[in-house]
Design a protein around this ligand. Structure first.
Ligand code: DGJ
Length: 780
């Protein structure tokens, strides 16, 4: 797993090798990260520097070929000849920005060496091992440590850096990255996930060009603008082939990832806390810990990188009672009622939901204080007894009688000016004295740097949680931070990081003591979808956008870094509230089914036929829940702009579900080949469409072509038929070996206006099918 031979450190996972050495002047020099090597001859991989480069600065005059600027390093300083982007900008105790950390010693520990105040990956002593490389500055009494933890089974290495000030004088950290790595792996393409509210995690790629590309967040959270996960891959890599490196960060605040293509063709990559407004004083004897960075490599393309991340998250990030546990199907009150509900309405919705097989009822915003819209109430915790006579306990009892578990929404990090909390404690809000604060969604951020605020939140959330039988919490956070200021920190450059440390403290205090509560975090949808939050919440609400066609992009993007078990995905009404798009109920489920399924609509609006369909959807989801939440998830290269395919394969490769999603129908379409992957080539499988029904009314006057009599499309009888009946769509069945299936299935024709029979797929715009794939018994 971790080996030292002479000056070389070698870190092996199941399929990868990571290697660096300590140079003759004590700098950790990166040698190799890639496919697992069998041999022990690193010489061909080490970069050669046999003559001095022009316009370079010699590290020392007695060794003219040794130049930091052309070395591939594991971490770098400033002011000794490396002019690439530096991971560390420190005002050293001698009041210079020059720092030069060189090797002192190393320590190998069984298991992890976690940071004290930050969430981190965990693992047993037989699952992982940690290497600490101890470095010290040449001029000042300042040390640093680089920690590498190897998780061999998941092909993951985590890294983080710690700075120790042993000098009598103070220093200031302006930038300290968790990880830096100089790759010498040929040309690379950078993949990032970008977006905004209701448009999160859209994938973008660009080939690296000379210069620096920064992916970061400055909103106070990991943000919906740029997710901290990034991938660097070879230009010819695809979803299922080629070399790819993945990086992520276990952090929920302002993050920073920089990628620099240097003039020598090497690629420097780093990630950590964003230096934006960051300035951290470190007095004598103090240390500073950076969040853990997560690295992986795969030669099986982007899906290979994703599988490594997914396994790692399920095994070493998600913790507590919900680790590996099937997540309940929920109904959420938000899009059903927004702020306008009564106990009766809620219980009726719960009753309808229970009949369909839904397991958990989530009461969203609007249950406390004067919160009848988003102008008031945040910060208060008194239950609104007008809406909920008898309080949460009574509601919980009623839900339990319906066979439903009870979940509750909170937004504890925020306060409305129109709230008792703000009237009593205006100083609890983040504000600069003498200046008017900017509002976001009519609210202010609470100052989590203040321990009194943290205690207030913990006390109140806990007392609500203990007042009723609550088994799920949705923890929301609905604005970006502005007017950053706190009197509770020595310096304002500490604000953003101390806020996040405060948040982690609060989450730990509330939920570690209540392991039976399933936490789902949320931030206006996916504004804080990151590994830091996943250390506390096994699932995260991916987006306020539940339009399935938009969700294809959002969930596809998230899937590069996060497994389906963590992605909250709901079925909502059509036409959709944000896009006005009309989509079939089947497609809404077929997309949400590749995440943690929920429903978010007033079920009263469903026709009996739709209710029957939802019941079947939930039945199918529950039967295949382990597969859908914990199977190996695959994306496919976009062969056609117009189609997306998702696939989930069980770990033992005996079962799979694949989704075939059409965006827009085209006239007389080309033969459609549905791609399949991940199956066992040696096994024989049966493949069958999950039956779905078609709305008769959706055909309008065209229905007359199928009926022996003529009928007006808005005829009462037709409307009645539509309420109770669904026309069956074509069901395809195949039986073949895994190797044959993985060549792609040539599907039946789609409807094209020339006739109709039961072998024609009636897909249309935004139509989709799920197919269940099962190894045949005789083959097992
Ligand atoms: C934003 C969330 O993303 C929604 O799901 C909902 O909980 C609202 N906040 C409630 O205010």
């Amino acid at each position: 797993m971790i080996e030292k031979r002479g000056d070389i450190f070698r870190l092996d996972t199941k399929d990868t090798t990571y290697m660096f050495r300590i140079t003759r002047h004590g700098h950790p020099e990166h040698i190799y990260y890639g496919d697992r090597l069998t041999g022990t001859d690193p010489e061909p991989l080490i970069m050669k520097h046999t003559i001095q480069t022009g316009s370079s600065v010699m590290y020392t005059e007695d060794d003219p070929d040794y130049c930091l600027d052309t070395l591939t390093l594991e971490y770098s300083g400033i002011g000794k000849g490396d002019y690439r982007h530096s991971p560390a900008e420190i005002l050293m105790p001698d009041s210079t920005y020059v720092c030069d950390f060189t090797y002192d010693s190393y320590v190998i520990t069984e298991g992890i060496c976690p940071p004290a105040d930050l969430p981190a990956a965990y693992g047993e002593t037989d699952e992982c091992r940690t290497l600490e490389i101890r470095l010290s500055d040449k001029a000042c009494n300042v040390r640093s440590s680089l920690f590498y933890t190897v998780f061999p089974e998941c092909n993951i290495i985590t890294r983080r850096a710690v700075l120790y000030n042993d000098d009598d004088r103070g220093l200031r950290i302006r930038k300290l990255m968790s990880m830096m790595l100089d790759l010498n792996a040929g040309p690379l393409v950078l993949l990032t996930l970008d977006g905004g509210w209701i448009r999160e995690t859209h994938k973008h790629t660009r080939p690296l060009q000379p210069g620096i590309f920064v992916n970061d967040s400055t909103t106070g959270a990991s943000s919906n603008r740029h997710n901290p996960g990034i991938i660097l891959h070879a230009p010819d890599s695809g979803e299922d082939h080629g070399k790819a490196y993945g990086f992520n960060l276990i952090y929920s605040g302002n993050h920073y990832e920089a990628v620099e293509l240097s003039s020598s063709g090497t690629v420097r990559v780093m990630n950590g806390i964003n230096p934006h407004c960051f300035d951290w004083p470190l007095s004598a004897g103090e240390s500073f810990e950076t969040p853990e960075s997560v690295l992986t490599y795969s030669s099986d393309g982007l899906n290979g990188v994703s599988r490594n991340f997914h396994d790692f998250i399920n095994r070493h990030i998600i913790r507590g009672e919900y680790k590996d546990k099937e997540r309940p199907v929920l109904i959420n009150s938000w899009e059903a009622f927004y702020f306008k509900f009564s106990c009766r309405k809620l219980v009726r919705l719960a009753g309808r939901a229970a009949k369909l097989g839904i397991e958990l009822f989530v009461l969203d915003d609007g249950w406390f204080g004067d919160r009848n819209d988003d102008h008031a109430g945040l910060g208060d915790y008194s239950v609104n007894l007008r809406k909920l006579p008898g309080g949460l306990k009574r509601l919980g009892r009623k839900l339990s009688k319906k066979g439903m578990k009870f979940g509750l929404w909170f937004e504890p990090e925020m306060v409305n000016e129109n709230s008792d909390l703000f009237r009593d404690h205006p100083e609890f809000a983040v504000r600069i004295p003498g200046r008017r604060s900017s509002l976001g969604r009519n609210q202010l951020v609470l100052d989590l740097c203040n321990s009194e605020v943290r205690d207030y939140i913990v006390r109140n959330v806990c007392s609500v949680l203990d007042s009723a039988d609550i088994s799920y919490v949705k923890w929301d956070m609905n604005r970006h931070t502005s007017d950053m200021f706190s009197v509770h920190i020595p310096e304002q450059g500490m604000f953003f990081h101390r806020y996040i440390l405060g948040l982690y403290e609060i989450l730990g205090r509330i939920f570690k003591a209540r392991p039976h509560i399933l936490l789902e975090t949320c931030s206006s949808g996916g504004n804080r979808f990151d590994l830091g939050m996943l250390c506390y919440s096994p699932q995260i609400w991916a987006s306020d956008n539940t339009d399935p066609i938009e969700r294809l992009k959002i969930q596809r993007g998230l899937s590069y870094f996060y497994p389906p078990s963590t992605i909250g995905a709901h079925v909502s009404l059509s036409p959709h509230q944000q896009t006005l798009r009309r989509t079939p109920l089947s497609t809404r489920f077929n997309v949400a089914g590749f995440g943690v399924l929920g429903y978010e609509l007033d079920l009263k609006h469903l026709t009996p036929a739709e209710r029957k369909e939802v019941k079947q959807q939930i039945g199918f989801y529950k039967e295949n829940r382990i597969l859908l939440q914990y199977g190996d998830f695959y994306r496919f290269d976009e062969m056609l702009q117009n189609r997306t395919n998702f696939m989930t394969v069980s770990k033992d490769r005996t079962e799979a579900v694949t989704g075939n999603f059409q965006i827009l129908a085209s006239a007389a379409p080309e033969t459609e080949i549905m791609p399949l992957t991940g199956l066992d080539p040696e096994l024989r499988y049966s493949v069958k469409t999950i039956p779905r029904g078609l709305s008769v009314k959706g055909f309008g006057a065209l229905i007359n072509h199928l009926l022996p009599f003529r009928i007006h499309p808005d005829n009462f009888i037709l409307r009645m038929i539509d309420r109770f009946y669904r026309m069956p769509d074509c069901v395809e069945e195949y039986s073949a070996g895994g190797d044959t299936l993985m060549q792609g299935i040539r599907l039946n024709d789609q409807f094209m206006g020339t006739g109709y029979n039961n072998k024609v797929r009636m897909i249309g715009d935004f139509g989709s099918n799920l197919y269940k794939i099962s190894a045949e018994q005789s083959a097992l």
